[in-house]
Design a protein around this ligand. Sequence first.
Ligand code: NCD
Ligand code: ZN
Length: 438
Amino acid sequence: MFDLSLENCRVDRDLTVNIGVDDGKIVQISRERIDASEKIDLKGYFVLPGLIDAHVHFRDPGLEYKEDFRTGSMAAAHGGFSTVLDMPNTVPPADNAAEFERKIRIGERKSVVDFGLHAGFRSVSDVKGILRFMPASFKVFMDLTGISAVDGLFRELKDLSAPVPVTVHCENRDVVMESMKELKDRSDPSAYALARPPLAEEVSVAEVLALSIHHEHPVHICHLSTVKALQLVEPFREYVTCEVTPHHLLLDSGAFRRFGTMVKTNPPLRPPESRVYPEFLDRINIIGTDHAPHGIEEKRKGIWDAPPGIPNLEVVLKLLLTLVSKGRMSLSTIRRMLAEEPARIFGLRSKGRIAEGMDADFTVIDPKETGRIRSDEFYSKAHYTPFEGFSYTGAPVMTVVRGRTVMRDGEVLEGNGRYIPAEHDGKPGTAESEAELS
Ligand code: NCD
Ligand code: ZN
């Protein structure tokens, strides 16, 4: 007898199955009844592989007043995510073996959901030590780092025969500095979109593409936000994957007028003619939330001093399911961009698919639930969102991590999140054809 049977799981439009779980793994998928000590009837709700957010900032250690691993991971569970990959720009940064290991311990103590970690990059001498802990990637911020330092990272990874991807925030430092000069005297929030223009991103993407092709090494471009940056990436899918955020998909620079510095983020929201749209999703690998919480008082500091970033974990799935309800995207695109592809790109081999032998991670969806987004219901410490009051159709109703229910009907329960070491195969290129997905 198994530990758990999830009954009447609609895993595809025309396929409803029972899923047997034992010891945190999927052990049987069947139309027959499965004998188990606990049974949960999912009544034909849609069941997706547990969703993975490959881009979160949990601020732990060092900036726990903004978020910590417990509240961030509760926000993840609430939003329907069973796994997150945390970014290294904590304080001190996770850019050496000791700090990287410390963050694993923090997460294992506090996290409700499973997690992996992106490593920071300070010096090539730290790379080998970090590799022992199997990071999801090495993250570099091109708005803060020179290209030759990043070239050094590629060389070191090559010397060590490590197929770990380099994950990149693409905004060229020189273009940003030049553009800022002319705008320093302005204080209207919309100046921010001009201070870090599309060109900064496009130049940076081109530089990083050159490094990736030169070294034949996988690169993942974070929060791609302009249509021209996307055009640049497209011929190089063999080495390069890319990501888009919910705010770049759904908002444009006009949002500054309504929300002011709350929507200040890097890269900035783009004008309608240069931005990305949900209709482009087939050309993009993953949706990452870039959940970047800050204190609301800090966010009000004015356009140049307010920290950049928007909290997204608890809104993204409702926003996307609403697009599904309107026929602007499909549920299989959510499955691809928030489960299969992040698992594949970041080497999470036990995650991302519902199949025997995989971790029993599930996101259960009620496509008909309606309501309005309310930031006072967030588990995140950041209680604000530009999507406040947005009327949604479709919501996560349950999150399961290795057989354990960590969210049910909007309430987050106790969890036991584990660190998931990444096992990379060095093949970032686009996965099997879309045709396989219904
Ligand atoms: C990030 C953060 O707050 O950590 N903010 C953001 O606007 N995306 C840092 C960064 O990516 O610059
Ligand atoms: Zn980020």
